[in-house]
Design a protein around this ligand. Structure first.
Ligand code: NAP
Length: 325
């Protein structure tokens, strides 16, 4: 089978498609014939050696994929050969086949195609863990979503609307905001040209946002601490802007607010059952028509390096996937 391999740290040009030997699944594991794989910001971090873990060489990037179960290991009863599935992975999705524990595999709803399924586990899993498990977002609350035209951002807008929140969406370009608008955002803000704090306070009658979903960090995080509501919550999701911000303790005290980190990969390793129930509820919401994981960009597997380069250069919006066709 063919796989996109990383044999040294670097920019995406270090990636190459190579022929590798497929393996049989161990007990409790399954082998999946991959049809599509989701691209995430962290793929670039992993290839450049800046991810929280350094995976031994050679490895294939890819935190999520969709496909068909090709073989099941001993003791697997939850899924069978021929099932259409999506899978959450520590890495390895950029390949024609992947091995995974059956506990990380989810049946794809009948009406969902492989491309949308490959776009689902990381974004909707992370957002559900953040907004439901950690922030307990309530109907009628104000949700501020930063980077709302990106992968986790667009999913956060949709889940916020599903939970009955008023969603304020921020982004750095008109085309990013178009993605957020399409996902149901109530108000659109530009963090590159507007004062986020002033606009949020203006839109909320001075009260601020009850919950802030922040995959951007840097100046946007600083602004969030100045417009989060009394007893509000700022969810630390990532640092796409590049600067890891600091949270001055006095600001938390004066607002009686919380800053909460959420790490999907950490949940997958430590509490796979929590990821499972989060993903399953998100899949139910998909089946009820509330979520739209359709990717905005599709690249063939051979163009994984080009896709990651486009992502690093901020040329993409919404979600991108690789396909084996
Ligand atoms: N904690 C978790 O479990 C978890 C899970 C998934 C992702 N993440 C993190 O969340 C962040 C976003 O991930 P993603 O997959 O959603 O990425 P993405 O699709 O590339 O979205 C990132 C968004 O950040 C905005 N952005 C602002 N400044 C940027 C900059 N200097 N460079 C690039 N983008 C910038 C971009 O919007 P504009 O161009 O409109 O500004 C873009 O839409 C990453 O830090 C990722 O590691 C964390």
């Amino acid at each position: 089978m063919r796989a996109v391999l990383c044999r040294e740290w670097g920019d995406p040009s270090v990636l190459a498609v190579e022929e590798v030997k497929g393996k049989a699944p161990a007990a409790g594991w399954v082998r999946i014939s991959v049809r599509a794989a989701g691209i995430n910001f962290a793929d670039n971090l992993m290839v450049s050696g800046r991810y929280q873990f350094k995976t031994p060489f050679p490895f294939s990037p890819g935190f999520e994929a969709s496909g068909v179960v090709a073989e099941v290991g001993e003791g697997v009863g939850s899924t069978a050969v021929g099932d259409r599935v999506m899978v959450a992975l520590p890495h390895g999705g950029f390949a024609e086949e992947v091995l995974a524990p059956a506990t990380s595999v989810f049946r794809i709803p009948e009406v969902m195609d492989f491309r949308s399924a490959a776009a689902f586990p990381v974004a909707y899993g992370t957002v559900h863990l953040a907004l439901v498990h950690r922030a307990r977002l309530q109907k009628g609350q104000i949700l501020l979503v930063h980077g709302a035209g990106g992968n986790v951002g667009r999913a956060s807008v949709e889940v916020g609307k599903r939970l009955g929140a008023t969603v304020l969406a921020t982004a750095g370009s008109a085309r990013s905001l178009e993605v957020a608008r399409g996902r149901g955002a109530d108000h659109l803000l530009r963090y590159d040209s507007e004062d986020v704090r002033d606009r949020v306070l203006e839109l909320t009658g001075g009260d601020g946002a009850d919950v802030v979903f922040d995959p951007v960090g840097g100046d946007v995080f600083d602004a969030s601490l100045r417009c989060v509501a009394w007893e509000g919550t700022v969810l630390v999701i990532g640092f796409a802007a590049g600067r890891i911000p600091q949270a001055p303790a006095w600001r938390l005290l004066l607002k009686s607010c919380a800053v909460i980190g959420v790490d999907w990969g950490g949940y997958l390793r430590r509490e796979p059952e929590t990821v499972r129930s989060a993903t399953e509820e998100a899949l139910r919401w998909y089946s009820e028509g509330f979520l739209d994981p359709t990717p905005e960009h599709v690249f063939p597997l051979e163009e994984a390096a080009e896709a990651l380069e486009a992502q690093a250069a901020r040329k993409l919006r919404g979600k991108a996937v690789l396909v084996n066709e």
